[in-house]
Design a protein around this ligand. Sequence first.
Ligand code: AHM
Ligand code: MG
Length: 333
Amino acid sequence: MSNLITIERHILEQQRLFPEAHGELTDLLTDVAFAAKLVRKEVVRAGLADILGFTGSTNVQGEEVKKLDLFANEQIISAIGAHGRFAVMGSEENEEIIIPTNNESGNYVLLFDPLDGSSNIDVNVSVGTIFSIYKLKTSDPTKANLADCLQPGAEQVAAGYVIYGSSVVMVYTTGHGVHGFTYDPTIGEFLLSHENITTPKSGKYYSMNEGSYAQFNESTKKYLDYIKTEDKATGRPYSTRYIGSLVADFHRNLLTGGVFIYPPTTKHQNGKLRLMYEANPLAFICEQAGGRATNGRDRILDIQPAELHQRTPLYIGSTDDVIVAEEFEQGKR
Ligand code: AHM
Ligand code: MG
């Protein structure tokens, strides 16, 4: 019991190791961990909506029962926005940027996906929250605007995700390694469980929605044929693992090795996933863990965003596996 390290203590200790890390960042991450606890509290009661009232209806107390993703969005905005540390926020659930009411002293930007993979909630499958933090560019926080949010992922000062699965795990990076914490519900704390996560150079899993095969381009189809062909030397065939919750698919591959691909399709020509809320934070974490993240050609973190809700194809995971997938995408194989 002597070696228990809470997420708050870990963030503080990291800050001491890296004097350039600003004290404010500790508060920001502590806020995010707090918001995650609020979301977790509802996610674990998800099935009870049937008893307490269907979503979209009113419950026994006469209150409106919100869809869980909208509930998570509101919880995060109110829990984090109230502390005045962020001058501007952007959420996958909000069309426009969000300006917290007391943003006068906020020096940071928060972009987040409150509950990713929410179609999986009703069937007890893992979902997650993803977040990304940038420094404000505008010098006056009260003038924070969209341009502050449209920074390339390489400018992130911190990023992370929370996975609500068989246990709840929060993973974060501030650019000094990747660290994971498992939630202990008996004491209400995230405790260090995965220090300095590194991802294997190659793995044995590929994660793609093969149901979209007919919508893939020829290069993607060729890659799929390759990854399923037997070849002892390269460890093929790889096994398919696809949950359909990005955080869960990413987290598994991060720990075990493998590649996650959401390629361009005829339905989603720029891919389905969002650059600012999904690709950038996970790319930052993946690179910090020794992995690779691209859109099939360019490094995700170098993409200059043009829109808040911009989409991107995503090739992410073990470096060697991502490179092979890119070679197919670029017609080199
Ligand atoms: P969402 O933000 O509407 O939940 O969509 C994102 C999710 C990701 O979690 C997941 O990787 C992807 O959509 C799955 O898409 P598909 O069903 O097309 O495979
Ligand atoms: Mg999402």
